[in-house]
Write a protein that binds this ligand. Structure first.
Ligand code: B1M
Length: 213
């Protein structure tokens, strides 16, 4: 089995030590950090996701796999992002209320840091009011909202409505994303932008910052 395939298997089994060792081996063999992330770590989680959907594995197994994936992507962080980037803007990110998924959010955060954002992470299951108060507390240029469930997509609108009702609109650009979210949905709920993946979220945030400058 190739190192990348072993990596995918180690994520599915939630073996943190093996994941870290295989990442070192993969880098030493000449694989790129992006390849190890996409074809190893994320592919492993995607395969596990299919088994999760088919009720072949359950929440505890998926949780240990998520932990292994998060540890693995933290390890890859210095290889994925340019070092020594000066902070160019501020961002606040979080997963909306009712939603505990954080792997995608963590990747978006990592990419934002790589493009020179100072990022405050509010975590998961974040109430609308906390996003609202973060606008004054951290004064971000960009507010990023992540939702992974069809049942929590509506919460994106609820956060935007809460900010609008409090007169907070215009304090920061609001970007939304997550697997079930689409560009059309983002427009419908009045978001300022949508990105399908972590790298394009960072690019879009950066271009919004440049436009505002
Ligand atoms: Co959940 N889960 N889960 N889960 N889980 C999904 C999302 C699901 C598709 C699985 C399935 O049934 N096939 C399904 C959702 C179905 C739906 O709504 N249509 C599902 C379900 C149903 C559930 C529960 C309800 C299961 C249950 O309890 N019966 C439950 C809900 C809990 C809750 O949130 N309240 C639940 C729980 C969990 C765990 C806690 C066990 C765990 C999360 C652990 C964690 O995150 N720390 C988990 C996981 C890991 C998954 C899967 C397997 C993997 C998700 C993931 O991290 N993918 C997932 C199945 C799958 O995706 N194949 C599944 C990798 C990650 C990199 O991708 O997050 O999409 P993603 O991020 C992408 C883009 O979406 C984008 O960038 C990233 C890539 O670059 N992106 C943004 C994300 N946020 C962005 C923000 C942006 C821009 C882009 O700008 C602001």
């Amino acid at each position: 089995m190739s190192t990348i395939d072993e990596l995918s298997t180690a994520v599915q089994k939630g073996k943190v030590k093996d994941v870290l060792a295989l990442l070192e081996t993969g880098l030493a063999e000449g694989s790129s950090a992006q390849q190890l992330l996409d074809e190893g770590l994320l592919k492993g989680m995607s395969l596990l996701g299919v088994r999760f959907k088919n009720n072949e594995v359950f929440v505890p197994e998926v949780l240990v796999a998520a932990r292994a994936l998060n540890k693995g992507s933290e390890f890859l962080k210095p290889y994925l992002i340019a070092s020594g980037v000066e902070p160019k803007g501020r961002a606040v990110i979080g997963t909306v209320k009712g939603d505990l998924h954080d792997i995608g959010k963590n990747l978006v955060k990592m990419m934002l840091e790589g493009t020179g954002f100072e990022v405050t992470d509010l975590g998961v299951d974040v109430p609308d009011e906390q996003f609202l108060s973060a606008l004054d507390e951290y004064q971000p240029d960009i507010l990023l909202l992540s939702a992974l469930l069809t049942t929590t997509m509506g919460q994106l609108k609820s956060v935007i409505d809460t900010i609008d009702a409090a007169g907070g609109r215009g304090k920061a650009k609001i970007l939304v994303g997550g697997a079930p979210v689409t560009a059309d949905f983002a427009t419908q709920i009045g978001a300022d932008g949508y990105a399908p993946d972590a790298a394009s979220a960072a690019e879009l945030a950066f271009s919004m910052l440049e436009l505002a400058a």
